[in-house]
Design a protein around this ligand. Structure first.
Ligand SMILES: [Zn+2]
Length: 357
C-alpha cells in the first residue's frame, strides 16, 4: 500500500495534468470501486471543473467545482493495487521516458538504482543530510502545460496497465475530460475506491474524521507527536511504538516502510512500549519521521511493491536512502552489524538490534 510520500508524489504529478480540466462524463465499470456513485453523483461530476489536488494521510483528494458551483471532493483510496493513469491522447506517446522506466519498475528486481548518490551522511543521525543530486524523478522531468501536453502520466501499483491499452480488465472507473483526455482508475484487487463528497462534508467523513494529524503539517513537532501517541495520558499505553506509528487514527500516512526507517534513525527498538519513551526519544522520533517522509518525497517515493510515481518513474527512496527497510542481513549503516527482521504488530519489521534500544 502506498504511504504518505507515494501518494504525495502522485498528487503532485497528477495535479500538473488534471487541474483546470473539465469532466465530460464518467464511466463506472465496477460498482464496488465507487460505492456512493448514483445519478446525483453522476450529475454533480459531469461538467465539473478540476481544481487543486490534496492529500490526507494515504488518501488523494481531487477538488472539483460542479456546474452549479458546488465545491466537491473526489477521494481516491489506492489501497493495494490501485492506479491512476492519465492519458492525454489515447495514441499519445510518452516523451519523458516514463513508461520505459515503469516497465522496468514493474519487473523490479531489487537491484539498486544506478544513480551515484552517496549513502546519507550521519550528521544529524537522520537521513537526508547527504548532498544528494536531485533525483531523476518528477523534478527532472518538467511537466508540460496541461493544455498542450502530449504525454501520459501514471502512478500507483505497477502493472502492464500503466502503459498498456486502456481500458483493460483492471479498469474500474474512467473519467472522460471534455478535451478527450482521460483519467483511468485501475485496481486489480478492487480494495481501492473512489468516493464523492461535498467539500464541506469532508471533515465529517467517517474515514477521514478518525484520522490522526499529518506529520508534515506546519507546526507539527515533538509535542504534537507526544500527544498523538498519548504519552501524557495517565496510563500511557504498553503498546509497541511501531504498532502505534502504523495506527492511522493516531498519526496519518505512516506505513511499514517509514515506521521502520523512523525508528532506526531515532534509535528506538520497534517493540518498545509507548509508555517507556523518553522526551529525547520522542524528539528524535519526530525529526526522523519528518526527515524520512520528506526525503522519500524528494526521491519520488519508494519502490516497495513496485510503486511508481505519477510520471511512471520509479521512486528511488529505497535504493538511495532506506537504512533498514528491506535490508535484512545487510550491514547496519551505523554500526555494520546485520539488520534483523522480526515481526511486530503482525508486520515484517527491520531494525538494528545493536543501535536500536
Ligand atoms: Zn546498527
Amino acid at each position: 500500500m502506498p504511504e504518505l510520500p507515494e501518494v504525495e508524489v502522485i498528487k503532485r504529478g497528477l495535479a500538473a495534468n488534471i487541474s483546470g480540466r473539465r469532466v465530460a462524463t464518467l464511466q463506472v465499470l465496477e460498482a464496488r470501486s465507487f460505492p456512493n456513485y448514483d445519478d446525483a453523483v453522476c450529475e454533480q461530476l459531469e461538467n465539473s471543473l478540476v481544481g487543486g489536488l490534496g492529500r490526507r494521510g494515504k488518501v488523494l483528494l481531487i477538488e472539483l467545482s460542479s456546474q452549479s458551483g458546488q465545491q466537491l471532493v473526489l477521494m481516491v483510496h489506492l489501497r493495494m493495487t490501485g492506479q491512476l493513469v492519465f492519458r492525454n491522447q489515447e495514441s499519445g506517446a510518452a516523451t519523458c521516458l516514463p513508461f520505459a522506466n515503469a516497465t522496468a519498475a514493474a519487473e523490479v528486481s531489487g537491484v539498486p538504482g544506478t544513480a551515484p548518490c552517496p549513502p546519507p551522511a550521519e550528521v544529524s543521525g537522520v537521513p537526508g543530510t547527504a548532498p544528494c543530486p536531485p533525483p531523476a524523478g518528477v523534478a527532472a522531468c518538467p511537466s508540460p502545460p496541461a493544455d498542450t501536453s502530449s504525454e501520459n502520466f501514471s502512478g500507483g501499483f505497477p502493472s502492464a496497465s500503466l502503459i498498456g491499452t486502456l481500458p483493460d480488465k483492471s479498469t474500474r472507473v474512467i473519467i472522460n475530460f471534455t478535451d478527450s483526455a482521460r483519467l483511468y482508475f485501475n485496481d486489480q484487487r478492487k480494495f481501492g475506491y473512489l468516493k464523492l463528497l461535498a467539500a464541506d462534508q469532508l471533515a465529517n467523513d467517517a474515514f477521514l474524521s478518525q484520522m490522526g494529524p499529518e506529520p508534515l503539517d506546519e507546526g507539527f513537532d515533538w509535542r504534537c507527536l507526544s500527544q498523538c501517541l498519548r504519552l501524557k495520558a495517565t496510563r500511557p499505553s504498553a503498546r509497541a511504538v511501531k504498532a502505534a506509528l502504523l495506527d492511522q487514527s493516531l498519526i496519518a500516512g505512516i506505513g511499514n516502510i517509514y515506521a521502520d526507517e523512523s525508528l532506526f534513525w531515532a534509535r528506538i527498538d520497534p517493540r518498545r512500549p509507548l509508555a517507556s519513551l523518553t522526551v529525547p526519544e520522542v524528539k528524535r522520533l519526530c525529526a526522523a519521521i519528518q526527515e524520512s517522509l520528506q526525503q522519500s518525497i524528494a526521491d519520488g517515493g519508494s519502490t516497495a511493491r513496485n510503486y511508481v510515481d505519477a510520471l511512471g518513474l520509479r521512486g528511488e527512496f529505497l535504493d538511495l536512502h532506506a537504512a533498514v527497510y528491506g535490508r535484512a542481513d545487510q550491514p547496519c549503516p551505523r554500526c555494520g552489524r546485520p539488520i534483523a527482521k522480526i515481526r511486530v504488530a503482525g508486520r515484517g519489521t527491520h531494525y538494528c538490534p545493536r543501535c536500536q534500544k
